[in-house]
Design a protein around this ligand. Structure first.
Ligand code: PMT
Length: 393
């Protein structure tokens, strides 16, 4: 599905359509009314060999945006103007393109095109971030001469670059086929009595994003998920629900021998109440003492039993001396890689749809990544893990 909005860069959509058809894609073009002033629907229907949709309905027919949204394997919006970007970021559905976007379940790629100052404006940058937060993929603007005569960032990516970005995305899908990936995610709840527990703020989003990304790359994925309100969408992911750290430990120990990569994204309680009361503890006195005992450390145990060819990845959530603590865990738990996130960084850690992480390997310089969606972090992490496979061979 190719969506075109009203920018002068729309003239490049003809070449983009040709390149997509040449690559073997079926291309359904959608245009906003403004886009038809820049390039004719006839040109695009001729190149795409399909009727072009420019309206939700005409006098005697209605174009079913829901069916169109479900039909597509990918939606590419190129060029995307500042106005249409703002509409998408805010969920407006006032034309065929914006309505189909809201109905689409496939990966969405957007290639903005606008003038330098419009691109740099905080509201545009905020809208871009918003779309990325929804899991859409930015095909970044390029620098050069702009239609206004100004020069700088804002040009739509060249059609060849857009097709390369799509190729990278879809080829990546198969890059982990044949690999078995085990992921722990979410919090653990350690019961105090039948109504209370010791837990933490993990939502499970980070680990679920990694599971989805690994499944999208063709890996066989087992996700051991603590008590999270969320669950993965991909039906190919084997989901194992657990509540306590010991249940997570048992499930991980059982799954580990058959896996090539284990990624420990869960926030596991280090301690649990020594005994869980069978009945609700009644309020009495000013103090209540709970005796806590240590939980097994899943990552540490897997690190001790890891065989050559298996990769073990940990996470570290820190509040201070972050890198030193993370490197300590990397070594102590015999990890191949540790992903550091800090509660000091806005938008990072528990609950957010975004995260800001650093990837740390023994003997290597820390690789600091920018704040991005958890799905994009998952993609970067899996790229790094895939490079571990190649380095070994
Ligand atoms: O779930 P979200 O809301 O998306 O939040 C994501 C996250 C912040 C939970 C995630 O990004 C993260 O940082 N997870 C690890 C959090 C943590 O508590 O780490 P830690 O420093 O306590 O533990 C270090 C590593 O050992 C982790 O890989 C952890 O999974 C593992 N561990 C810890 C204790 C234990 N008993 N068993 C373990 O396997």
């Amino acid at each position: 599905m190719l969506g075109i909005t009203g920018s002068i860069a729309a003239y490049k959509s003809a070449l983009l359509t040709r390149l997509l058809i040449k690559a073997g894609a079926e291309v359904q073009v959608l245009m906003t009314p403004a886009a038809t002033s820049f390039i004719s629907p006839l040109t695009l229907s001729t190149l795409s060999r399909r009727s072009v949709y420019t309206q939700v309905s005409s006098e005697d027919s209605w174009n079913n945006h829901v069916d169109l949204g479900l039909w597509a394997d990918a939606m590419i919006i190129a060029p995307l103007t500042a106005t249409s970007l703002a509409k998408l970021a805010n969920g407006l559905a006032d034309n065929i393109l914006t309505a189909v976007y809201l109905s689409a379940r496939c990966p969405v790629f957007f290639a903005p095109a606008m003038d330098l100052d419009m691109w740099m404006h905080p509201s545009t940058q905020q809208n871009v971030k918003q779309l990325q937060t929804y899991g859409n993929h930015l095909i970044d603007v390029e620098e050069g001469e702009l239609a206004s005569g100004l020069s700088g960032a804002g040009r739509m990516a060249e059609p060849e670059h857009i097709v390369q970005a799509l190729n990278r995305f879809f080829n990546r899908s198969l890059s982990m086929s044949g690999k078995s990936v085990l992921i722990t995610a979410g919090p653990t709840y350690e019961p105090i009595d039948p109504v209370r527990f010791i837990g933490n703020h993990s939502s499970g989003k980070m680990g679920i994003a990694i599971a989805e990304e690994a499944a999208a790359r063709g890996a066989s994925v087992t996700l051991i998920l603590g008590p999270s309100a969320l669950q993965p969408e991909s039906e190919s992911i084997r989901l194992h629900r657990v509540t306590t750290a010991r249940e997570m430990y048992d499930a991980a120990m059982a799954a580990f021998p058959a896996c090539d990569v284990a990624i420990m994204a869960a926030a596991v309680a280090d301690y649990r109440p020594a005994t869980a009361a069978e009945e609700k503890i009644k309020k009495k006195g000013d103090h209540l003492e709970l005796q806590l005992v240590k939980n097994p450390d899943i990552a540490l145990t897997l690190g001790q039993s890891k065989t050559p060819g298996q990769y073990l990845i940990g996470f570290a959530l820190e509040t201070h001396n972050a890198e030193a603590h993370a490197r300590g865990k990397l070594q102590r738990k015999n990890l191949d890689l540790i992903v550091l996130n800090s509660l000091q960084d806005e938008g990072a850690g528990f609950g957010h749809d975004t995260n800001k992480v650093s990837l740390i390997r023994a003997g290597n310089k820390t690789r600091e990544l920018e704040l991005k969606t958890k799905r994009a972090v998952a993609a970067d992490l899996l790229d790094e893990i895939e490079s571990l496979f190649t380095e070994k061979n």
